[in-house]
Design a protein around this ligand. Structure first.
Ligand SMILES: NC(=O)c1ccc[n+]([C@@H]2O[C@H](COP(=O)([O-])OP(=O)(O)OC[C@H]3O[C@@H](n4cnc5c(N)ncnc54)[C@H](OP(=O)(O)O)[C@@H]3O)[C@@H](O)[C@H]2O)c1
Length: 308
């Protein structure tokens, strides 16, 4: 337990290869040195063979002794050997070059794999944080929502609400209720409903939706080009009302929080209708019946629905 740690004598594959290559190189240099010595001795021997021993004495190409040509040829061969060892380094051979290249490629591939996994991890992280950001935004929007967008409408048993751009009935208590509820609030309406009024209603901010870009209105009336814009125009009002008509009700059913419906207990011939109130989406929270009397030709009920 307290003994000296054994030195690690293991040599890895790369180190072994380096050692082998170094040994190879030493052998190559040795061979070049031996070649040089043999060359010197050989040159001396050739000179002696020709000049002293008289071998090939009569062989004198271009007027020169043959040993000069032999030494010259050998020197070329020696220079070639020298260049191979020190300049072109061919001594390592093609196989060695290929091996080094393969190793380099393998190393690069391994590095790419590491980078890929890192990138995938980063991507997952980014996606997670984006989803979290979106959830946060939705949560913030929901928690900061203080506005109650309310549809207010009077509809017959067959959902009829108007004909020839006019209301079908006159129910004074319903109009009074409409006045009380909408007083001092924004009232969002379609262009046709707006045109069905003789003049804008007092104490209310009229927001008129039209696709026309040059629609002229009296001072104080706000003109917008979509329901979304209309809702944005009421940001300062905690209780804006959508007052019709048929086209706007249809679109607003998806975004409204509340419906104040006066159900007139009669069926009428009409050209404009209120959409069905889906009981899976809407919950009835208030119910007040009004009977027929001298001022009211029909029975009706004030109904309040809240989005479930
Ligand atoms: N019983 C009730 O409680 C009640 C209440 C209100 C109205 N009404 C009745 O309903 C009838 C009118 O209803 P309606 O359906 O014919 O017309 P509307 O809904 O009052 O207005 C329709 C117009 O609004 C504009 N519009 C609609 N959707 C739009 C959008 N997404 N973007 C931009 N502009 C848009 C268009 O104006 P442009 O054509 O100018 O582009 C369209 O022609 C009348 O009979 C009225 O008396 C009944």
């Amino acid at each position: 337990m307290f003994g000296k740690k054994k030195p690690n004598t293991q040599i890895d594959k790369d180190q072994l290869e380096l050692i082998e290559n170094a040994q190879k190189r030493i052998r190559q240099k040795k061979r070049l040195y031996i070649h040089f010595v043999i060359f010197l001795l050989g040159a001396v021997f050739l000179i002696i063979a020709n000049t002293v021993l008289g071998i090939g004495k009569n062989v004198t190409p271009f007027g020169k002794d043959w040993f000069l040509y032999a030494i010259l040829a050998w020197s070329f061969f020696f220079i070639y050997h020298f260049l191979n060892v020190f300049i072109t380094q061919k001594f390592m051979g093609k196989a060695w070059e290929k091996q080094q290249l393969e190793k380099l490629v393998a190393k690069q591939q391994a590095r790419i794999e590491v980078l890929k996994t890192k990138l995938e991890k980063e991507e997952k992280h980014i996606i997670k944080s984006e989803v979290f950001k979106n959830e946060q935004q939705v949560n913030n929007a929901l928690t900061s929502k203080t506005q109650e967008l309310t549809i207010i409408v009077a509809a017959a048993e067959n959902d009829a609400i108007g004909k020839g751009n006019k209301l079908i009935w006159h129910l004074s208590d319903d109009l009074k209720r409409f006045k009380t509820l909408t007083n001092n609030h924004h009232i969002i309406m379609g262009r046709k409903t707006f045109e069905s009024f003789p003049k804008p209603l007092p104490n209310r901010t009229h927001v008129v939706i039209t696709r026309q870009t040059d629609y002229k209105v009296p001072e104080g009336v706000v003109v917008v080009n979509s329901l979304e814009e209309a809702v944005n125009a009421c940001k300062t009002d905690s209780q804006p009302y959508i007052i019709g008509g048929g086209e706007i009700y249809k679109q607003a059913m998806a975004i409204a929080d509340k419906i104040e419906l006066t159900r007139v207990h009669e069926s009428f011939d009409a050209d404009t209708y209120f959409p069905k109130v889906d009981p899976t989406v809407w919950k009835e929270t208030a119910h007040k019946f009004h009977s027929k009397d001298g001022k009211h030709d029909y029975e009706f009920t004030f109904l309040t629905y809240q989005r479930k």
